[in-house]
Write a protein that binds this ligand. Structure first.
Ligand SMILES: C[S@@+](CC[C@H](N)C(=O)[O-])C[C@H]1O[C@@H](n2cnc3c(N)ncnc32)[C@H](O)[C@@H]1O
Length: 251
């Protein structure tokens, strides 16, 4: 399937996936989105500072942008901390397709790291331990060991890739999280928020990135400081929807 290079508004590159009819990143900025949508709301630097280590589940490796920024920000903000990331990707791109994206990363060593990961599906060096599982995330998740502090939920949209947005997968991810682990996603769809709640997550309002509407954050148990709350009306609608789904299921 054809993928077309596109430059986003912060000057970083992304791709348009013709088959999915979607871009790999927000057009407001691929690098901006990695930090504002995933790295910061998941509080990975804070966890690394507190515990000396952080473990992240990266769902939808794509061009490796979220992963690279996670490593960059943790190493800058919590030097000496170890960082472990497990990435899931069903449609791994070739190194030649990835090359322009790797070259655009903020440090050359991140590009070396990602080349190593994509070639060997494993990268271990200087406190960084990365594993890339190639296959459908809904199956690969069964081979993943628990203990995640953060999850980046970034497949294509629920319309295009429905399975990773449904209760069975989100419940599997929830079961792999450490207490207080945080998930962030760009989706604010009611169906996704309901599925998160029904899978045992607590949910809150994710940040708006560029012109995109606010996404969703979710935590495994309560967190301090608490997640930014959803609007009360929105929360009530979610509760009503869950009640009606549960009623249908018992009929
Ligand atoms: C929006 S892009 C992810 C961008 C990526 N997070 C980054 O930082 O470059 C979505 C990615 O999710 C992958 N994907 C979609 N559904 C999947 C599934 N069920 N299992 C594994 N990967 C999936 C797609 O192949 C695509 O690479």
């Amino acid at each position: 399937m054809e993928r077309i290079p596109v430059l986003t508004s912060d000057g970083s590159p992304t791709l348009y996936h013709e088959g999915a009819g979607e871009h790999y990143h927000s057009l407001s900025g691929a690098h901006l989105e990695a930090r504002q949508r995933y790295v910061w709301p998941c509080r990975i630097v804070e966890t690394a500072l507190l515990r000396g280590r952080v473990k992240i589940l990266d769902i939808g490796f794509g061009l490796g942008t979220n992963l690279a920024w996670a490593v960059h920000e943790v190493q800058r903000g919590a030097p000496g901390a170890t960082i472990e990331i497990v990435s899931l990707e069903r449609d791994l791109l070739s190194l030649s397709s990835l090359a322009p994206h790797l070259e655009a990363l903020p440090e050359a060593r991140l590009s070396v790291m990602l080349r190593g990961l994509v070639t060997h599906l494993r990268w271990r060096q200087s406190g960084v331990d990365l594993a890339l599982l190639v296959g459908d995330a809904t199956r690969e998740i069964l081979n993943v060991e628990a203990g995640f502090d953060a999850a980046f939920l970034d497949p294509f949209s629920p319309k295009r890739n429905p399975e990773p947005w449904k209760v069975p997968f989100l419940a599997s991810v929830r079961s792999l999280m450490a207490e207080g682990g945080i998930l962030s996603t760009y989706s604010s769809a009611r169906s996704v928020r309901c599925a998160l709640l029904r899978s045992g997550w607590q949910i809150g309002l994710g940040p708006a990135v560029g012109t995109k509407s606010s996404g969703t954050v979710a935590s495994a148990g309560s967190v301090i400081p608490p997640l930014p709350p959803l609007d009360e009306k929105v929360r009530r609608k979610l509760e009503q929807r869950i009640a009606s789904v549960e009623e249908e299921e018992t009929e």
